[in-house]
Design a protein around this ligand. Structure first.
Ligand SMILES: O=P(O)(O)OC[C@H]1O[C@H](O[C@H]2O[C@H](CO)[C@@H](O)[C@H](O)[C@H]2O)[C@H](O)[C@@H](O)[C@@H]1O
Length: 280
C-alpha cells in the first residue's frame, strides 16, 4: 500500500475554532489555499456521481479569489469530474492525485496506459463475484469502491494488490472506502509543489492545505515541510512553512484540524473576512 504508516502521523493536531482562524494565522502573508474535494468540500455519497459541492461553498471560494487570494484544488477525482463539481469556478486543479494538471489540459506523461488497461481488466474480472464493489470510471487510475459493503475492505485490497503485482511502478493508495491503483511516484504532496510553482508570482506564498483523507497526508507533509516516510522527500524540494488542516480528528501529520465539512465552510467564511479586511 502506498501511504505512510498511520503510526507515523502525530495525533496532537490543534483544533482550530473556525471563528478564531485569525488567531492561528501567522503574518506569513500572502496566503494561498489548497483545497481537497471529497470529504472536505463535498459530503460523501455511496455513488461518487451523486456528490456535489454546495453552491454556497463555490460562491465563498469565488469571493475569496475575488479578494486576491490564490486558490487551487488538489483532488483524487479525474480532471473532468473535478471541473464538473467546481462548475463555473475557475481555479487551477491538480486532479487524479496530481497526475492531471489543468493548466497542461490534463495531458499525462507519467503513466503506462497499456498497463492501466491490463490492471482495469484484471480488477473487473476479480470483482465479478462481488456485485457490491464498484469500479469508478476514471481515465488514469483504477479506482475500486467498497463503501456499499465495508466488510469487503480486505478482499478488495487483496484483489487490487494482485492486479498490480506484475507492475513495479504501480501502487495501491488507500482512501475512504476506496482503493486506487496509481503510478507510485504520484501523490498530493508533489501535486501541491507543482501547483505552487504554477501560481506563485514574484513573492513566495504561504500555503494552507485543507483535506480529510489518508492521501491528503502527503499534502500536509509538503506544506509543513515534514517527512512522513513516503518515497518522495519534500524537505529537499522547497522550504515551506505552511499549514496543514485536517478535516476530522483521526491521526494525522497536519498541525491543525477542524471537525467536519460544516466547519470547513465556517473556516472559509473566516478566511474571506480576513481577506476582505486585508484589502482595506
Ligand atoms: O482527493 P479527493 O477529492 O478527496 O478525492 C478522493 C476520492 O474521492 C471520491 O471517493 C470518495 O467520495 C465518494 C463520493 O462521496 C465516496 O463514495 C467514496 O467512498 C470516497 O472515497 C472519488 O470517487 C475518488 O475517485 C477520489 O479518488
Amino acid at each position: 500500500m502506498d501511504s505512510a504508516n498511520t503510526s507515523d502521523f502525530i495525533t496532537s493536531a490543534t483544533y482550530i475554532d473556525p471563528d478564531k482562524l485569525a488567531n492561528f494565522l501567522s503574518d506569513k502573508k500572502p496566503y494561498c489555499l489548497f483545497l481537497d474535494i471529497d470529504g472536505t468540500l463535498a459530503e460523501f455519497t455511496v455513488d461518487p456521481k451523486d456528490s456535489f459541492i454546495p453552491t454556497s461553498t463555490l460562491d465563498l471560494i469565488q469571493a475569496i479569489q475575488d479578494y486576491g487570494v490564490k486558490v487551487a484544488v488538489v483532488t483524487g477525482r479525474s480532471l473532468n469530474e473535478a471541473k464538473q463539481m467546481l462548475s463555473l469556478l475557475e481555479v487551477p486543479i491538480a486532479a487524479t492525485h496530481g497526475l492531471q494538471l489543468s493548466w497542461l489540459n490534463g495531458n499525462i506523461v507519467n503513466i503506462n496506459l497499456a498497463q492501466l488497461t491490463q490492471i482495469k481488466d484484471t480488477v473487473t474480472h476479480y470483482c465479478l463475484p462481488y456485485p457490491d464493489l464498484y469500479i469508478e470510471n476514471k481515465p488514469y487510475s483504477c479506482t475500486l469502491h467498497y463503501r456499499k459493503n465495508p466488510t469487503l475492505a480486505d478482499i478488495s485490497y487483496d484483489l487490487m494488490s494482485k492486479a498490480i503485482a506484475n507492475f513495479d511502478n504501480w501502487s495501491v493508495k488507500q482512501g475512504k472506502y476506496v482503493w486506487e491503483a496509481i503510478p507510485k511516484s504520484v501523490n498530493k504532496g508533489l501535486a501541491i509543489l507543482d501547483l505552487l510553482q504554477h501560481i506563485s508570482l514574484s513573492e513566495p506564498l504561504c500555503p494552507i492545505f485543507i483535506g480529510d483523507d489518508i492521501t491528503d497526508e502527503a499534502g500536509f507533509a509538503a506544506v509543513q515541510n515534514v517527512s512522513i516516510g513516503l518515497d518522495s522527500d519534500y524537505k529537499s524540494k522547497k522550504l515551506l512553512t505552511g499549514m496543514g488542516i485536517k478535516v476530522g480528528n483521526e491521526a494525522t501529520c497536519a498541525n491543525y484540524y477542524v471537525q467536519d465539512i460544516d466547519e470547513v465552510r465556517d473556516l472559509l467564511h473566516s478566511f474571506l473576512k480576513i481577506a476582505m479586511s486585508d484589502s482595506l
